[in-house]
Design a protein around this ligand. Sequence first.
Ligand code: GLU
Length: 419
Amino acid sequence: MTEEKKNTNAWQVALQQLDEIAKRINLEPWIHKKLRRPKRELTVSIPIKMDDGSVEVFTGYRVQHNITLGPAKGGIRYSPDVTLDEIRALAMLMTWKCAVAGIPYGGAKGGVICDPEKLSLGELERLTRRYTSEIIIMIGPEKDIPAPDINTNSQIMAWIMDTYSINKGYSVPGVVTGKPVVIGGSEGRQEATGRGVTFITLNTLKYLNQGIEDRKVVIQGFGKVGSVTAKLLHLEGAKIIGIGEIYGAIYNPKGLNPLEVDKYRRETGSILGYKDSEDITNKELLELNCDILIPAATEGQITEKNAPNIKARVLIEAANGPTTPSADKILESKGIFVVPDILTNAGGVIVSYFEWVQGIQGYFWSEREVNLKLRDIMDRAFHHVLELSLKEKVSMRTAALMLAVSRVAEATKIRGLYP
Ligand code: GLU
């Protein structure tokens, strides 16, 4: 692989990151070697009858990176850009994310190469059910528990749960998280990632001795994560001056009301053209003059090309892997405080864990309880990472990875190598 490809290939980036941390923490070579490989990966073909009577064959993946700390855990994404290397990288990130949060899971990820916008509801359901039955040998409440990710939602989780259950002959709600509440989902799960991002933002500002009032915030992405983050930060008093979505972005230096923007988007299908705002490009959005930049879309958005132009002082990574390693170095040299993805966006998988625990207990908590417990875990994780970063004089990303890899390594060592 050429150097340039290595710098942008998500899996190569994840491996590079692991190698650097291994050196820093003196990771035992056998554990390092083991962590460099996914435990299991499955590629499946998914033949679907389309509405016009033709048959399309899609490709899907499920990768389990590591299961040392508990069952594999991680979302499923539907996107034309899905690749096996991307899913491998995201599975590894899930291992680190769960370890940083201190929840008893390993890491996994799944994906199907498709464009959900071009599929009817019926096609989407058939695709989901067939994909589920193709990966059924891997998943299960004690084995590997999928959840929503890009372009998947609670309805898709319901179809996965139903397909798995029909095959077993009884209802197995614990096979997925992010389900609708009516079939065993958790209160607060839909908003959990965005709520967690908000807690992390507030913790960061407190550490930097800054208030949230009138802080200028730019958010790239207005989906499950970005829209909730925008609304909660707005309610905390922040000024949301820019919001981006796939079609472009909107800007108002005096501040946008994300609740109104969301209403407008529901009516028109896009945020573009929202009253009292100027339409701008995604490139302009990321380079806006602001205090806090929150990429909440997809990987590789902040690169060595745009990093020199970023004006925010704080970068909160709500998406998975939004910053390339070379961009990371530029941001560090500019003194921008970066809070890494595996810490920032852990709220989703933390409430997934709550959903799974509630299901096992058969006892369900109020939304207030869920949110309080989420805050507890996120605050604790933030402080652990911050303390380590100050002690070791390393970035928050390095500290979070050091913490995560050390935890997995300790468990690996204590379990030993079989046979
Ligand atoms: N897809 C989310 C993530 O990347 C949630 C995963 C989960 O809840 O298992 O963290």
